[in-house]
Ligand binder design. Structure first.
Ligand code: FAD
Length: 349
C-alpha cells in the first residue's frame, strides 16, 4: 500500500490487486514498533532502511491523517530493554546510527522509566526515541488515502498468474480478468514466492507470530518493554499488546493454547499488573520470513518489468516507508535514496 501510494504520487497509474481486504494480513497483525527489536543484531542494510523510515514516519502519519481523517497513533513511547547482556553491541549500534541510548544500572531508574515493570528488574537499556504506530490504523489510513487520492484498488481478488511473454512481463490474471501492465510489483508478503516460475525466485517463507491483547486503562503502562525476546506494547487507549511467537508452521494462522500460556506468562513477568487484566483478543499473522531479515527491493534480473518488494520478516512496518520509497525510485528510474545492492535478488537475504 505504501509502495502504491509513492508510485501514484510520482505520477504512475497504479492498480493494487489484493486477495483479501487491503492490509488485512501481516501488516494488520503486527505490533507496529518503529524499530527492529534488537537492531544491533541486524545487517547495516536493515538498519539503513529502518533509520530512513524513522525519518519518514512523522510527516507520513500527518499526511495520512490529513487525507483520511484517521490518526495512526504514531507515538514516541520509547523502548526499555531489561538486562545488559548485549550492552556493548547496543552501544556500538547506537553510536553508529546516532540513536539515543541510556544505560540503566539500578532498579529505581528502571521504575522511574516504567513504573509497572517487574520490581526485580534492576538494569537495562533505555531508548527514549523509539516510536510505535498502531498498524491496523495505519492500513486503514492508507486505504483512506487511496480514496482521497483516487488510487485504484481491488479487494477480495486473488492474482492467479503472472503474465510473461518472452521474458517480458505483460500483466496479471485473476479468476475472471486479465490486467495488462508494463510493470508489475510482487508485494505479497509471505506469499511472494508463489508467483515466479523462473529459475531465480525469492526465498520468502511464512513465519507465524501470535499476539495477545489485554484490556487496560489508558496510561497504566507507558513504555514498550522487551525482556528475553518477549515484548509489551501499550496503546494510547490502554490496550496492551504482548508478543510474540515465532513459528514455522506453513500458511497456518490458527491461534493455540500454548501460545496463550507462553505470551501471558512472559507478559505478566514483564508487567505483573497485567495478570489482573482480561485478555481481549489473541491473533496470528504470517511474517514474510527471509533468513537474515533483509527484504527484496529490486527488479527481477531475468524478467523485464517485474519487481519485488517483499521479505521484510519481523520489520515490515519499520522498514516499509523507506522500502516503498526505494521501490518507487527503482521503478521510475529516479535517483536512488539508498544503495539498492543489498536488496537485489542475487544478494544475501
Ligand atoms: C505478530 C507480528 C508482530 C510484528 N511486529 C512488528 C513490529 O512491531 N514492527 C514491524 O516493523 N513489523 C512487525 N511485524 C512484521 C510486519 O507486520 C511485516 O513484515 C509486514 O507487515 C509485511 O508487509 P507486507 O505488505 O510485505 O505483507 P502483508 O501485510 O502480509 O501483505 C501481503 C498481502 O499480499 C496479499 N496477497 C497474497 N497473495 C495474493 C494473491 N495471490 N493475490 C493478491 N494478493 C495477495 C495478502 O492478502 C496480503 O494482504 C510483525 C508481524 C507479526 C506477524
Amino acid at each position: 500500500m505504501l509502495t502504491a501510494r509513492d508510485l501514484h504520487h510520482a505520477g504512475v497509474d497504479v492498480l493494487v490487486i489484493e486477495r483479501g481486504p487491503l492490509g488485512g494480513e501481516s501488516s494488520w497483525a503486527g505490533g507496529g514498533i518503529i524499530s527492529p527489536l534488537y537492531p544491533w543484531r541486524y545487517a547495516p542494510s536493515v538498519n539503513r532502511l529502518a533509520e530512513a523510515s524513522k525519518q519518514i514516519y512523522p510527516a507520513l502519519a500527518q499526511q495520512l491523517q490529513d487525507e483520511s481523517g484517521i490518526d495512526c497513533e504514531l507515538i514516541t513511547s520509547g523502548l526499555l530493554y531489561s538486562g545488559l547482556e548485549e550492552q556493548q553491541m547496543a552501544e556500538r549500534w547506537a553510536h553508529d546510527w546516532s540513536v539515543e541510548l541510556q544505560l540503566v544500572t539500578d532498579a529505581q531508574r528502571m521504575h522511574q522509566i516504567e513504573p509497572q515493570v517487574n520490581q526485580a528488574y534492576d538494569c537495562g537499556l533505555w531508548l527514549p526515541d523509539i516510536m510505535q504506530i498502531r498498524n491496523p490504523k495505519l492500513v486503514k489510513a492508507l486505504k483512506g488515502s487511496f480514496e482521497a487520492r483516487a488510487i485504484r484498488y481491488l479487494e477480495h481478488t486473488p492474482v492467479t498468474e503472472l503474465l510473461i511473454d518472452a521474458g517480458v512481463v505483460k500483466g496479471v490474471s485473476t479468476a475472471s480478468e486479465t490486467y495488462h501492465a508494463d510493470k508489475v510489483i510482487i508485494a505479497s508478503g509471505a506469499w511472494s514466492a508463489g508467483f515466479i516460475k523462473a529459475e531465480r525466485n525469492v526465498e520468502v517463507e511464512p513465519v507465524k507470530g501470535q499476539m495477545l491483547m489485554f484490556r487496560g486503562e489508558a496510561g497504566m503502562v507507558k513504555r514498550m518493554v522487551l525482556a528475553s525476546g518477549h515484548y509489551i506494547i501499550p496503546r494510547k487507549d490502554g490496550r496492551v499488546l504482548a508478543g510474540s511467537t515465532l513459528e514455522r508452521a506453513g500458511f497456518d494462522k490458527t491461534v493455540t493454547d500454548e501460545a496463550t500460556v507462553e505470551l501471558r506468562s512472559a507478559a505478566t513477568e514483564i508487567i505483573p499488573a497485567l495478570a489482573g487484566l482480561e485478555i481481549e483478543r489473541q491473533w496470528a499473522g504470517l511474517r514474510p520470513g527471509t533468513a537474515q531479515g533483509i527484504p527484496y527491493i529490486c527488479s527481477h534480473p531475468d524478467i523485464d518489468g517485474l519487481y519485488i518488494n517483499a521479505g521484510h520478516y519481523r520489520n515490515g512496518v519499520v522498514l516499509g516507508a523507506a522500502s516503498a520509497r526505494l521501490m518507487a525510485e527503482i521503478v521510475n528510474e529516479q535517483e536512488l535514496s539508498l544503495d539498492p545492492a543489498p536488496y537485489a535478488l542475487e544478494a544475501m537475504h
